[in-house]
Design a protein around this ligand. Structure first.
Ligand SMILES: C[S@@+](CC[C@H](N)C(=O)[O-])C[C@H]1O[C@@H](n2cnc3c(N)ncnc32)[C@H](O)[C@@H]1O
Length: 236
């Protein structure tokens, strides 16, 4: 089983640095007007997409993982929220150019090649549209051995420092971009997702339990260097 599938089977609702609390704070700061057309790229189990819809945004959510999509669809149905949910790759978004006012994404671009997903975010944004991208970042460059450890477990494509993220953005079509300060990864308290659906059978499988323990070990091993930034980028 790969890491995204494990997250899906655990029904993890906020699988990004800072958890749902950080998401709510960011959305609070942005304060999308009602009716804003938002694409959430890599929506996971749909927690953020539903939250945005509950605030009156017109939300479309994509994820490439089938299990995540199913959980997101169930969450939207149970919550009675109108979210359009589509299984799709962030590097090949199945919507026309200039469809959305905003693209919102958390801890997804690092799992892609990067440049192709960012080009797609730019393409589907309307003129003056804005990208909000919370991403895993590293306080310093990792060694090849460290990168391999994280890459093979999490399926990350790149482990970028803040300057490396900014360099990637400088090659995107965005006319202006900025990154928030670097926030070190913290251990999160369980924030009680009322719609989390956990596949409890996982806990009876020794290889999966070993995988969860490896996740804990990696998180504590890299705690000093791992963190996140929020990139905000504007289309001309
Ligand atoms: C770490 S999880 C974050 C999920 C969600 N954004 C959240 O914060 O809870 C990464 C998510 O990105 C999805 N993902 C990874 N690569 C993707 C891609 N190329 N296109 C669409 N989704 C992708 C995974 O399936 C997974 O749901």
């Amino acid at each position: 089983m790969d890491y995204p599938t494990l997250l899906a089977r655990l029904g993890e609702g906020s699988a990004h640095p800072g958890g749902f609390q950080a998401t709510k704070e960011l959305i609070g700061q942005i304060s999308f007007p009602r009716g804003t057309k938002v694409l959430e790229a890599g929506c996971g189990t749909g927690r953020t997409a539903c939250y945005l819809a509950s605030l009156g945004c017109n939300v479309t959510a994509i994820d490439r993982n089938k299990d995540m999509i199913q959980k997101a669809i169930n969450r939207a149905r149970i919550s009675n929220l109108p979210v359009r949910i589509v299984q799709a790759d962030a590097a090949s978004i199945p919507f026309p150019d200039e469809t959305f006012d905003a693209v919102f994404t958390e801890s997804v671009t690092a799992f892609t090649q990067g440049s192709s997903a960012i080009r797609e975010y730019w393409r589907v944004l309307k003129p003056k549209g804005v990208l909000y991208d919370r991403e895993l970042a590293f306080a310093r460059k990792l060694t090849t051995v460290q990168k391999k450890k994280l890459q093979s477990f999490y399926g990350l494509h790149h482990m970028r420092t803040v300057p490396e993220w900014l360099k990637l953005m400088s090659k995107s079509g965005f006319h202006k971009y900025s990154a928030s300060h670097f926030t070190q990864m913290k251990q999160l308290a369980n924030d009680n997702d009322p719609f989390q659906v956990i596949d409890h059978e996982l806990f009876t499988k020794p290889d999966i339990v070993a995988m969860m323990m490896k996740n804990e070990r990696l998180m504590s091993k890299f705690a000093n260097v791992m963190g996140s930034i929020v990139i905000t980028a504007w289309k001309a």
